[in-house]
Structures are given as structure tokens and as C-alpha cells.
Design a protein around this ligand. Structure first.
Ligand code: SF4
Ligand code: SF4
Length: 170
């Protein structure tokens, strides 16, 4: 979608900024004055020219809800909180991005990779499935076996979350 197309009035949800601002961590969204400090200090923006936290905040402010929630770039955030520490306006940028990810997940927009990680976690208690070769290598080095992942208690913890229902329905 081109920039001009995505900013057509019909694509804008004027209430979106208030939806984000009422969530814990989103309160200062409207105080962003677009200085760009968050982008200039973001380690992901350094390596990916499409990832710009300043733009994400701007899109949230002007109400480009669908464009943000459908995006893949949202999920590039590493949640390092550098942006939050550096913002001169006290905008909790990392928290705003977490809110946006949660909203995207609630609408079922979860990139394949993250679905796989969650599904591994629920199956094995580990985010990454540990390959047999790695287990044998540990044994050959005389290392103790890895602790068994507690997938049952993880499942119990998240079963009331919408994400669990989304994954179960697939
Ligand atoms: S650092 Fe803060 S004020 Fe500056 S662009 Fe980022 S969110 Fe906005
Ligand atoms: S929390 Fe996300 S947006 Fe903020 S600096 Fe870290 S990677 Fe960049």
C-alpha cells in the first residue's frame, strides 16, 4: 500500500490513539513531538531501514490502525527499551509497541515465526525445540541433561489468554 493511499481519510481511525493511550504504558503517546531520538538510538533501526519506531508512534497518533496491526515490521522490535529510556517526552515507546503487538495478536495477526515459537513453548517448555544432535553432544561432553521444560504449567498460565484460544482454533 502506498503512503498516500494508506493515509486516505477512509483508512484512518481517529479513535485509535485513545485506544492505545488508555492502555498501561500508552498514556504518553500523544506527547510525542516526532524528534526521532527513538529511531536514532534503536538497535534494530540501525540494521533495518524499514524499521522506524518514530514512524510507528506517528502512525498510531494519526490512526493508521490497520496498517500497523497488519504489518510485519511491528514484530521486529527487540523490546530492549532503549527508546523508552531516551525519549525526551517520556513516551514509553517500547510499551506502545508491545500494546500494538498485543492488539495485532488479538486480531490474529501473528507472524508465522512467533506462532512456531509459542507452539514450541507449549509443546516442550522451550521456545526452541532442542535438536537430538545437541542433546547427544551434551552427553558426549559429560554435561548434565537439560531440565525438562514445564509446558503444563505454561499452558495453565496462558490458557485464559486470547492467544491460546487463537492457536488452539488453528
Ligand atoms: S523519542 Fe519520543 S518524542 Fe522523540 S520521536 Fe520518539 S517517541 Fe517521539
Ligand atoms: S524497544 Fe524496540 S523500538 Fe525501542 S529501541 Fe529497542 S528495538 Fe528499538
Amino acid at each position: 500500500m502506498s503512503e498516500s493511499e494508506s493515509t486516505k481519510p477512509s483508512k484512518i481511525n481517529p479513535r485509535f490513539r485513545y485506544e492505545v493511550a488508555k492502555m498501561p504504558g500508552g498514556e504518553k503517546l500523544l506527547q510525542c513531538f516526532q524528534c526521532g531520538t527513538c529511531t536514532s538510538d534503536c538497535p534494530i533501526a540501525r540494521f533495518n531501514e524499514k524499521y522506524r519506531p518514530r514512524n510507528i508512534i506517528h502512525m498510531a497518533q494519526i490512526g493508521l490502525k490497520n496498517k500497523i496491526l497488519d504489518s510485519e515490521f511491528l514484530w521486529l522490535c527487540a523490546s530492549c527499551f532503549t527508546c523508552t529510556d531516551r525519549c525526551p517526552q517520556g513516551v514509553e515507546v517500547a510499551s506502545v509497541i508491545r500494546i500494538l503487538k498485543n492488539m495485532a495478536a488479538e486480531e490474529g495477526h501473528i507472524p508465522k515465526l512467533f506462532r512456531e515459537l509459542l507452539s514450541n513453548l507449549l509443546k516442550t517448555g522451550y521456545v526452541y525445540e532442542v535438536p537430538e544432535s545437541r542433546i547427544r553432544r551434551r552427553e558426549s561432553l559429560g554435561l548434565p541433561p537439560l531440565p525438562k521444560g514445564d509446558s503444563e504449567s505454561i499452558l495453565k498460565t496462558i490458557q485464559e489468554l486470547k492467544i491460546a484460544r487463537i492457536l488452539n482454533s488453528e
